[in-house]
Ligand binder design. Structure first.
Ligand code: NAP
Length: 420
């Protein structure tokens, strides 16, 4: 495929799908990987991640051929639009990519480009591992108890974008429909009102929860917790929970038990190699993460709960500067840090690139490059352990050396070379 603004280097090869059913990939020795720096601090952390990933790949016998793609401000300059089709097509074609944050205006202006990209590529699962790196300052007493992976549904819920502005013709039509056809008379106040729709489907819920269960089984995790607000939203959030138990019982009966059975039939001791399926109401879950951190290993959540919970969990292990993430579906993986574009720090060579670097680590795991992935983790941990950190961690520790984004990346590259 040829593109107007995107250069695909001739020396790389495409990643292809080896197995349609399982989404297994055929990864060449020098895959072409699209990289999107993004807005704000994206231009600080993106190149830092690129350097570290190149070093880790190089030391373990791999190589990456980067193809720069654009969205947000950089795309407006080149294409006159926020999310060019070329960018979507390049990521779709090359299957595995990494991106920095993209700014979303609040209240007015365009809709989230992150959400649009995930929806266009149907990357239905957002996965965020939250684990403690030795030496990272944390606001809680035992951050090392956190070793959890969140699976957040990525395509529906209140993120579906079905929302109508107060006093618009559409809001008025919907209000009249609710009143006249569905007898909704008291629930909506008189006067201007914005209206939104929250779709949660059986299909969307089950495919996400299936991924969480499969992950738990493959990685010997003890439990999957379905996080919902089903006490209030009975036909959306409670349905998510019910479909979760259903998919476990129907498709993973030999590998899972639900929490009731754990106590009724097994006296609270799960048999070996069994994943316990449990559920928690989202507000309770937020405090459980703080008070009983170690009880939770894999979470499966609708979109909004997942957004809140995973940022909060990220704070427990040291903050957004180090929290990685990725989106996947249909044999495609788009790595991206949890944090946003932090515009006030843009271009200052100041912020922490660890989150996007560890997102790159996830990408390597997806490619099957586990040696390179482990090398990245070890090198990041070593740099942090020795107190060579960016401002966000430096302000929380005694002593240490405050590094710029680029210096921190250099320090990790040095560690990679020293370790290997
Ligand atoms: P944010 O950009 O994540 O920044 C919030 C705060 O988190 C920063 O002020 C900083 O805290 C800390 N932080 C974030 N990234 C950091 C890093 N790499 N190193 C160190 N500290 C870091 O959140 P926001 O200000 O709410 O959002 C800004 C824009 O990003 C919005 O337009 C939002 O829509 C967008 N956003 C995009 C994504 C995405 O692309 N996936 C995700 C979230 C938000 P201190 O100032 O306390 O040091």
């Amino acid at each position: 495929m040829s593109y107007e603004h995107i250069e695909i280097p001739a020396d790389g090869n495409n990643i292809t799908l080896a197995d349609e059913e399982t989404g297994e990939l055929d990864v060449p020795e020098n895959p072409i990987v699209p990289i999107l720096y993004g807005d704000g601090i994206g231009s600080d952390v993106g190149p830092a991640a690129q350097m570290v990933m190149e070093a880790a790949a190089g030391e373990t016998g791999h190589s990456i051929t980067w193809a720069r793609v654009y969205a947000g401000e950089a795309a407006r300059d080149r294409y006159g639009e926020n999310l060019p089709q070329e960018t979507v097509d390049t990521i779709r074609e090359h299957r595995v990519a990494i991106k920095g944050p993209l700014t979303t205006p609040i209240g007015s202006g365009f809709r989230s480009l992150n959400v649009a990209l995930r929806q266009k590529l149907d990357l239905y699962a957002n996965v965020r591992p939250t684990y403690y790196l030795a030496g990272v300052p944390s606001p809680v007493k035992s951050p090392e108890e956190m070793d959890m992976v969140s699976f957040r549904e990525n395509t529906e819920d209140v993120y579906a974008g079905i929302e109508y502005e107060a006093e618009s013709e559409d809001a008025q039509k919907l209000r009249e429909f609710l009143r006249d056809e569905l007898d909704v008379t008291d629930a909506i106040h008189d006067g201007p009102v914005g209206l939104g729709i929250k779709p949660i489907s059986e299909f969307g819920s089950k495919r996400l929860i299936r991924e969480a269960i499969e992950y738990a089984i493959a990685n010997n995790r003890d439990s999957v917790t379905l996080v919902h607000k089903g006490n209030i939203m009975k036909y959306t959030e409670a349905a998510f929970r019910d479909w979760g138990y259903e998919v476990a019982a129907e498709e993973y009966a030999d590998e899972t038990i639900d929490e009731d059975a754990l106590y009724d039939e097994y006296d609270g001791e799960a048999p070996d190699d069994t994943v316990v399926i449990k559920d928690r109401i989202a507000d309770n879950m937020l405090q459980q993460l703080l008070t009983r951190t170690g009880d939770y290993e894999v979470l499966a959540m609708p979109n909004l709960n997942g957004d809140y919970l995973s940022d909060s969990a990220g704070a427990q292990i040291g903050g957004l500067g180090i929290a990685p993430g990725g989106n996947f579906g249909h044999g495609r993986f788009l790595a991206e840090p949890v944090h946003g574009s932090a515009p006030k720090y843009a271009g200052q060579d100041k912020v922490n690139p660890t989150a996007i670097i560890l997102s790159g680590r996830m990408m390597f795991e997806y490619l099957g490059w586990t040696d390179a992935a482990e090398l990245i983790r070890d090198a990041v941990e070593e740099s942090i352990r020795t107190g060579r950190v960016t401002y966000d961690l430096h302000r929380q520790i005694e002593g240490g050396e405050k590094l710029a984004t680029s210096e921190f990346a250099d320090s990790i590259v040095d560690e990679i070379r020293a370790i290997s």
